[in-house]
Write a new protein. Structure first.
Length: 120
């Protein structure tokens, strides 16, 4: 199930990336080069997409990009929710697997200790 959520998250993330690019192009068209560069550099730090989303909404009516911003917001939120749900399902499974491995290691250690006692 988590793989389905991650797949849908990827699809909405790609949609969000396309919208991000379109918003940054609008920034450069509207002589907001500094903000465009901040968003491009910021995307590698994890905040560029959020900056573009906020700035795009601030300028949405002025630049006539309200539809684009609505799609961008839906993709952004959906991607976050889908990835979050995927991890919410996956992490408990991983924790159970880790606990099982630790229990197996403990059992192996106890068996080794018992073998040491038998030898002595």
């Amino acid at each position: 199930m988590e793989y389905v959520l991650f797949g849908l998250g990827l699809i909405t993330g790609i949609g969000g990336l396309i919208c991000f690019i379109m918003v940054v192009i609008e920034m450069f068209k509207r002589e907001q080069q500094a903000m465009g560069v901040v968003c491009i550099v910021g995307i590698f730090c994890g905040i560029g997409s959020l900056i573009a989303l906020i700035f795009g909404w601030v300028k949405a009516k002025e630049w006539n990009i309200s539809k684009l911003m609505t799609i961008y917001t839906v993709c952004f939120v959906a991607s976050c929710v889908l990835y979050g749900a995927g991890y919410a399902i996956m992490i408990p499974k991983m924790m159970d697997e880790i606990q099982n491995e630790l229990n197996n290691i403990d059992m192996d250690n106890m068996n080794m200790d018992n073998m040491d006692m038998d030898v002595n």
